[in-house]
Design a protein around this ligand. Sequence first.
Ligand SMILES: [Zn+2]
Length: 270
Amino acid sequence: MTTRKYYWWHEMTGPEVIDFAKTKSDIAILPIGAIEQHGPHAPNGVDAFNARGIAELVAKKTDVMLLPWFFYGSHPYHHHYMPGTIPLSYDTHIAMLVDVIKGASVTGYNKFIILSAHGQVSTTLVAVHKLGLEGHFTLSLHWYDFLRDNKDALIDYMWHAEEAETSMGLYLYPEYIDMSKADAGGGEPLVDRKFIIAPGQMPKPGMMYHFEGTFARPEYKELKNGIIGDARNATLEKGEKITTRTVDHIVALIEDIKMRWPIGVKPPVK
Ligand SMILES: [Zn+2]
């Protein structure tokens, strides 16, 4: 447990963020979300709020710097033209990720974690490798990859604006969730679901990650209420359980990085 007055870069002064990198930790987390509709019961900022909330809980358990989070994110093809959702183009998003991390490295930060609460591997992976070519140690984490919940904490796999995301909202920002409007929804993929890994699911051999194909019909034609899964199954208790499990996994990863690459040491990426 760490106690600090401020956890975020934008709350601190120039000398304070320089000093933090030299004395506390030179690891910085960049939380990234999306502006995306999440049904009639949850706000369009769910993914940004989840990324921010997880990052804050991680920083309370282990010393890391938190870079100002991104509200906007990139989206797969089938999210486009959906009212409520505002996608960044892939080029814009990749450029933003690269620019922020390059900028923060000048201040003395040597290890970076992009922490996403939205399915945007298409851009985070490109950004990570562009940064690697320039010598920056960068990991991109998607929170539900740490969940891998095969119907243990949850009744169903994680999908969208449903049990998992709504539960996390009830735990982290209940003031924005209206359970009286929670509903069930969904669509049918273009291949059998058994071949596709649901977000947060422990995959079986041969299953495709849910962004490895154009499996989905356009959301604006397919989804009746913007939900995939059943938001009515969400509870605060489930939210606390899946959030804490995710936070603990990320903290363990950070502790491992700290042990291998102590403060001031830049991992030899280049
Ligand atoms: Zn979401």
